[in-house]
Structure formats: C-alpha cells, structure tokens
Design a protein around this ligand. Sequence first.
Ligand SMILES: C[S@@+](CC[C@H](N)C(=O)[O-])C[C@H]1O[C@@H](n2cnc3c(N)ncnc32)[C@H](O)[C@@H]1O
Length: 273
Amino acid sequence: MMNTKLVTSQLKEQNKEIDRGADAAKIFNNRSLAVDYKTLIPILKPGMRVLDIGCGTGAISKGIADLVGPEGKVIAIDNTLDTVEAGKVLFAGVENLELQHCDMFDFETQEQFDLVISARTVQWLSVPLEAILKMKSLLKPGGTLSVLDYNHEKISWQPKPPKSMQTFYQQFLKWRADAGMDNQIADHLKGLMEQAGLKSIQEIDASETYTKDRSDFTSKVGIWSKVADNPQMKKDKYLSQEQSELIVKTYDAWVENEAVSMTMYLKEVRGVV
Ligand SMILES: C[S@@+](CC[C@H](N)C(=O)[O-])C[C@H]1O[C@@H](n2cnc3c(N)ncnc32)[C@H](O)[C@@H]1O
C-alpha cells in the first residue's frame, strides 16, 4: 500500500524546487482569469464563495474575486510559501480575496463553498482521486467543482522544436511519470470525478494556442526553457547542467527565430455535488 502522505510530501518538496527554478511567481503573475481560465467566467456570479486550490500568487483568484464582487469571497490556498507571500503583497488591496499558505490535504474549514476550483495543480499530485475527494468535501450541496489541467502528451509545436528540446520533453514526461504524476491528467479527470460521485460532469476544451501575433508569445512558448532549467530534475539525475544549458540556449533561439505556434492541450472538467 502506497504511503500517500509521504509521496505527497515528497512531491510537495519537488514542486517547491520546480517552482523556484521556474521563477514561479513571475510565471503565475503572467496568468489571468481572462486568458488562462476563461471557460470559468460564465459560471461566476456575484456573491459566490469560491475556494481556489493551488492558486500560485493568486493572479487568477484575483480575477475571480472581481467577478464575485464585494458580496462574494475567494479563499485561495497554495503550499508554496514564496508564491503565497508574493501574492499577499500584490493583492493586498483586494478585500474579498484571502490567500493562505496551506497544503490542500491539510486544509480545514467550517465553511462550505459554492465553487471549488483548481487550475494546473492536480497534474503535480500522485494521488489525484484523493485530491478530487478532498475538493468535493469542501463544497456545499449543489456546489460545483471545476478542475483545469493538461494532457502533457498532447502538446504540439509548429514547426518542431530543436532535437534537444524534443529529447528533454520526453525525459520530462518520464521524470513526472516515475514520480507518480499523471501526464494525461486532463483526460482522466472525468473518470476521477465519476469515481468521486460527482454529477452532471462536463468536459470543456480549454486548449491554449499561442501564435506569433500575441504579445505574450515569447513568455508563453518560452515556458519550456524555464522547465529545462529544473533543479529537481537535475537533482534526480534526469538532466545534467550541461544538457540544461544547451537546451535552454537552443530553445530560446528557436522561439526567437523559428517558432510559429504552440498548442497546450487543456480541459476544464466540472461536476456538481
Ligand atoms: C502550476 S501552479 C498553478 C498556479 C495557478 N493555479 C495557475 O493556474 O496559474 C501549481 C500550484 O499548485 C501548488 N500545489 C501543488 N501541490 C499542492 C498541494 N498539495 N496543496 C496546495 N497547493 C499545491 C504549487 O505550489 C503551485 O503553486
């Protein structure tokens, strides 16, 4: 029997490292509800009480707080201290947004939420069904769970990126799988929600395509050179410093001179309790 607490805490340590290496606060702050979780917007109503699990700095949570308005409230939790602290400073003036440094599996509250959301976070967990069950337990009757996540095996670049990035990407998938993470989690969320007993489950295509005409093209497509500088993959001996430097250099040059587009496959999956 797998010791899930242990695996979760090991992954938590790994995630902290990954996040530091990738300058997480900067990446998360470039995200917004309007661009990076736009499928959620139609179900946000004034007065809602929302919990955002794995909020990063809270950049998306802030957009949700704006739409639920002063009668509503967003509690946003994340287990990486640095990003939560950065978010507390950035969004200090947003009165209906409360950021908390907390692991989702340790989060306790008397409150029940109208909506629990989690974006790009279940991909990092080795116990996704436990995560969905925990999220479900925080909803009020009739409340909605919305999870947005990737299928990393369905990414596509136009044209193909340099060989060094292609090889690194396969190694990245292997490193994740070996650590118990599901590279195809977006396509498994519906089944997990069914197992957890959620109803009225909907799958919504939330794939993101970045093309040259976008002002955020370089930062969005360039995310993979941040990942290729991943300290945890180096520590786990899935990547050497020399390989990392070569991948970052060739990929950055490719993004600058050759890249036309990149599509990351995402799904938002919703269910009702
Ligand atoms: C890729 S970021 C996503 C941030 C934000 N939701 C977004 O979409 O931009 C994943 C976040 O999940 C957090 N995280 C991972 N495991 C967690 C856990 N067990 N409890 C709380 N947060 C967790 C990480 O610290 C990280 O900030």
